[in-house]
Design a protein around this ligand. Structure first.
Ligand code: ZN
Length: 380
């Protein structure tokens, strides 16, 4: 019934110093300098005096039902298991379809999100896929958002990529307007989540959306913006103009892909230029494929990652790039909760929020994860 974390160094994500954290069932009941368990029945006390406690991570771009397939059926990626996600510290995911909106669909994504929820994760999803017009579950973007609790927006709509459906700007504005309308009626975020490819116009549509439409910038979240140097430069000025951006983990410059920017280098640059980090998030793109194409558009290799990459790369930002832990964490906790409009229950360690917490040793190795108060231990 009760769990008491004693004497933890708490990053909520703001650094709170040494605190005790009390969980009651699936909620955080109190965060105080000292909480004594003497009057509580049925309480598990965990000594955290040499531990760091963080909010459960939010990964807002996970191909939970699998993805890929751009190199034929043999390149399809398998779907996610809750246990594999939880052990990486991720307690909330937003499921996304990708290039294949034919053999995978919104109904299947919904079922997968429900399965992962039953297995302990908090799950949400986007309706649609790369495809435009958007293929929905109930017939329209608005009704998907109003009637399907898990659907918090549309995505990932594919722009500036040879896999895109080449929507016109007017089509994008209409999708955004439908999403905005659904958001107003349902009280949800109404996020339009854009997959950005390597095409030269880059974020042009995004700049036009915030300049020419009346829809608030908080509805638009382009991802993979560290995929090329040019795109990242644009992302920096888009951020400066009030936009929101999502970095993708796993872009490591290589012979095949020399122009991408690793998430930790991108974050370092943003901090160095004094960017407003509160509008930056980071996601893993896990369980999707990361196909590499030759100049003729043929797949020459394909890889997949898990959600582990998210905290692995943020740990590099902290340990090797000198980013404060409380700053790095923002991207996958408080900021993600804000952009997804989940702040009531997610994103910070505070009384009243869901009991989603990650216990690490002082080297940031994950030892125990709590997801809605249920304990998952990875101590060896
Ligand atoms: Zn994508």
């Amino acid at each position: 019934m009760f769990t008491l974390l004693k004497g933890a160094s708490v990053y909520a994500p703001d650094f709170l110093g040494k605190k005790d954290i009390l969980f009651c069932f699936d909620k955080i009941a109190a965060v105080k300098t000292s909480i004594e368990p003497c009057n509580l029945d049925d309480v598990e006390v965990i000594d955290c005096s040499r531990k760091i406690v963080l909010p459960g991570f939010i990964d807002l771009h996970v191909h939970i039902a699998g993805g890929g397939g751009e190199g034929g059926f043999s390149t399809r990626t398998p779907s996610a298991k809750a246990a594999d996600i939880l052990k990486t510290g991720v307690t909330t995911v937003v499921g996304v379809l990708g290039a294949d909106g034919v053999t995978r669909n919104v109904a299947g994504l919904y079922a997968k999100a429900k399965q992962l929820e039953a297995e302990g994760l908090s799950t949400y999803m986007y309706t649609g896929s790369y495809q435009v017009p958007v293929v929905t579950l109930t017939g329209s973007i608005q009704s998907d958002m109003v009637f399907v609790d898990k659907i918090i927006g549309v995505g990932e709509l594919c722009l500036e990529d040879h896999r895109a459906f080449y929507p016109t700007f007017d089509e994008i504005v209409r999708i955004a307007a439908q999403t905005r309308n659904g958001a107003l009626i349902s009280g949800k975020a109404g996020l339009v989540h854009f997959h950005m490819g390597t095409g030269e116009p880059g974020l042009e549509y995004l700049f036009r959306l915030i300049n020419e439409s009346l829809i608030p910038a908080s509805h638009f979240l382009p991802t993979h913006v560290n995929r090329t140097g040019m795109l990242f430069e644009q992302a920096c000025s888009y951020l400066q103009k009030g936009g929101y951006i999502d970095l993708t983990a796993g872009f490591i410059p290589s012979k095949e892909d020399p122009d991408c920017i690793a998430s930790y280098d991108a974050l370092k640059k943003l901090v160095d230029i004094g960017a407003d980090i509160s509008r930056v998030t980071m996601s893993s793109d896990a369980y999707g494929s990361a196909p590499v194409f030759d100049s003729q558009g043929n797949v020459i290799s394909s890889d997949t990652v898990t959600t582990k990459i998210l905290f692995d790369e943020l740990s590099i930002a902290v340990k090797e790039k000198g980013i404060p832990l409380e700053t790095a964490l923002l991207l996958i906790t408080k900021n993600a909760a804000k952009v997804l409009k989940l702040e009531k229950n997610k994103g910070t360690i505070e009384a009243g929020k869901d009991a989603d917490c990650v216990i690490c040793d002082i080297d940031l190795n994950i030892e125990t994860v709590f997801a809605k108060g249920t304990k998952y231990s990875y101590l060896v």
